[in-house]
Design a protein around this ligand. Structure first.
Ligand SMILES: [Zn+2]
Length: 68
């Protein structure tokens, strides 16, 4: 019975990881982060714009440097 119980515990543990996305390139968790950017409107005023972007090791540097 101990074997059955440990199998169930393993399943429970794995299901707790659901919703996580692992990047196939850098093998780290891909997180959704909210970026606030300012965009100049046609009228010439600056308006904040909110974007959700996927964030992992691949584009971490670009995001932190404001390239994306
Ligand atoms: Zn990646």
């Amino acid at each position: 019975m101990a074997k059955t119980r440990s199998f169930a515990a393993k399943l429970a543990h794995e299901s707790s990881l659901e919703g996580k996305v692992i990047c196939p390139k850098c093998n780290t968790e891909v997180k959704k982060i909210k970026l606030i950017r300012t965009r100049k409107s046609k009228k010439g005023s600056w308006a904040p714009k909110y974007d959700f972007v996927s964030f992992c090791k691949c584009n971490e540097k670009d995001i932190l440097e404001g390239k994306i």
